[in-house]
Design a protein. Structure first.
Ligand SMILES: Nc1ncnc2c1ncn2[C@@H]1O[C@H](COP(=O)(O)OP(=O)(O)OP(=O)(O)O)[C@@H](O)[C@H]1O
Ligand SMILES: [Mg+2]
Lengths: 263, 244
């Protein structure tokens, strides 16, 4: 394992953002628009009679945290796509860089990307809606960590599928996180879900994270139980995702598809 | 001469029945240019990819510097490199940025000087700060060749490196490869469908067809053996066995 190589490859992607407007937009544009539109909708709804107390806080907190999961997943899968599009994958895999180092550099990159995005969102939410996410307090740290790790697990699995199935799987890079949104109980409590989706939500780390977030905002105790569930599930999923990637990488090498990815 | 690549009984079967490479054995020696020739689908690219660890062989053995690609991947790949007409480099990065990234991946010391030296050798110093997307395909090919030489490899694998070059640049590239081979003693494994190029470049050639080695040796003795005036004639005799 070489930290120098991991860093070198993270830098390759940062060079990209230095010069490419559309890619910078991807980091700032969508999150900011989301925050504007949904923030004002929330503000409006919260002024109606009979609104849920702390509706704004719930909603804006959820919006920002959801984006962390989303970015964490995309940071991995979309960066991988960049290498496919530029026909650069072979250059990497004939270099001394190992597949593990490659994945680690993508994880590292996803952290940088989501730090950028969340800083913008948090600042903007404060200015526009006087929403201070840090009122969630210390619990914010484990909540966010769990979302990041879940994003990684989903991102690594997506990457493995793109490696294996090529272009047909590319669409996953953009949409796969949304697939988890309904059962992640981002904007509503798990309790509103029908029983079968509730059963699914039990096994989705993000659902526990968002339940935990609402408990904290409501002023309940530190959501230890929810966090324990989320962490346990995440440990399992991240190990699974790495093994899944590793296994697919082997299959792809056996099938001789590494040179053909993206064609 | 010292053998630095040893291939024994190398086989690749795709999807259980398609024998892309069928038990080939050969050696590569220090400082030689070895050409891999054969009709489309002969198994040249598959062979190259197995040598680089990109495709897992079904059977046989590969030793590079006496090491096994599966066990000592990093150690081997540090000292070899690869280029081809079907790969490229990230489009948004400048030539210099791309070469910097790969210098770091290969742990090249004083890489700024090395990059300047290579760009000068390939006469593309002027495009150093251009984004790769703005380059012509011939320029990209040359930048990829620079990338392939960054780590001063001992073995260079080239899959149709001159395929997108105009005759002038192709000729210059051939001269450069020969020059670098002479100066640094690196061995080059080379595929091309340009038979004149192979005649001019290669110390030895391997003729493959349907995954097997049909002929191997220096171009002159192969031409004598197959009674052809040039490699092109030999190629046609091998590719069209019915007319032999
Ligand atoms: N990943 C793969 N899966 C299945 N079959 C493959 C795969 N890669 C190559 N083949 C088959 O193996 C054979 C050898 O292909 P290869 O690409 O090695 O030929 P080549 O000598 O490089 O040909 P060309 O001159 O056209 O580049 C062909 O019949 C090809 O269809
Ligand atoms: Mg080929």
């Amino acid at each position: 394992m070489s930290f120098q190589r991991i860093l070198a490859y993270t830098v390759r992607h940062l060079y990209l953002y230095k010069r490419s407007m559309p890619r910078l937009m991807e980091v700032f544009y969508w999150p900011v628009l989301d925050l504007l539109v949904w923030g004002f909708v929330t503000l409006y709804l919260s002024r109606q009679s009979g609104a849920v107390p702390q509706f704004v806080t719930f909603f804006l907190g959820a919006l920002i945290l959801w984006d962390i999961l989303f970015r964490s997943q995309q940071g991995i899968s979309v960066s991988f796509l960049e290498d496919i599009w530029s026909r650069n994958l072979l250059n990497i895999f004939v270099s001394p860089m190992s597949a593990v180092e490659y994945v680690l550099s993508l994880l590292f990159l996803s952290i940088i990307k989501l730090l950028l995005t969340s800083t913008v969102m948090v600042t903007l939410a404060w200015f526009l809606y006087h929403f201070n996410i840090f009122t969630i307090g210390f619990a914010l740290v484990p909540l966010i960590l769990n979302l990041v790790v879940m994003g990684w697990a989903v991102g690594i699995v997506t990457t493995a599928l793109i490696l294996r199935f090529g272009q047909e799987a590319e669409v996953l890079a953009w949409g796969v996180a949304l697939l988890f949104q309904p059962v992640s109980a981002v904007f509503y409590p798990v309790a509103v879900l029908p029983w079968f989706l509730r059963a699914v939500a039990n096994y989705v780390p993000a659902a526990h994270v968002f339940e935990g977030m609402r408990m904290v905002i409501e002023g309940q105790a530190f959501p230890a139980r929810e966090l324990a569930w989320a962490t346990g599930l995440n440990v399992f999923y991240i190990i699974f995702s790495v093994l899944f990637f590793y296994w697919n990488f082997k299959v792809v090498k056996r099938k001789g598809l590494l040179a053909k990815v993206g064609e | 001469m010292k053998s630095i690549v040893e291939v024994r009984g190398l086989t690749k079967v795709f999807n259980k029945y398609k024998k892309a490479v069928d038990g080939i054995s050969f050696d590569m020696y220090e400082g030689e240019i070895l050409g891999l020739i054969g009709p489309n689908g002969a198994g040249k690219t598959t062979t190259l990819q197995m040598l680089l660890g990109l495709t897992t062989p079904t059977g046989g053995e590969i030793k590079i510097f006496g090491l096994d690609i599966n066990k000592d991947r990093e150690e081997i790949l540090r000292q070899v490199n690869f280029s081809s007409s079907y790969i490229s480099l990230p489009y948004s990065l400048t030539v210099e940025e791309n070469l910097t990234v790969f210098s770091r991946l290969y742990g090249v010391k004083n890489y700024k000087d090395r990059i300047t030296e290579l760009l000068r050798t390939f006469e593309i110093e002027d495009i150093r700060r251009l984004p790769t997307r703005r380059l012509s395909s011939g320029q990209i090919t040359r930048v990829c060749l620079c990338k392939a030489l960054l780590n001063s490899p001992r073995v260079l694998f080239l899959d149709e490196p001159t395929a997108s070059l105009d005759p002038d640049i192709a000729d210059k590239t051939r001269h450069l490869l020969k020059k670098i081979r002479g100066e640094q003693g690196l061995a080059i494994l080379y595929t091309s469908h340009n038979m004149k190029e192979m005649e001019e470049m290669c110390d030895r050639v391997i003729f493959m067809d349907k995954g097997r080695i049909i002929a191997m040796g220096d171009p002159d003795s192969i031409m004598r053996e197959w009674k052809g005036r040039n490699l092109e004639e030999v190629f046609l005799k091998i590719a069209r066995p019915g007319e032999r």
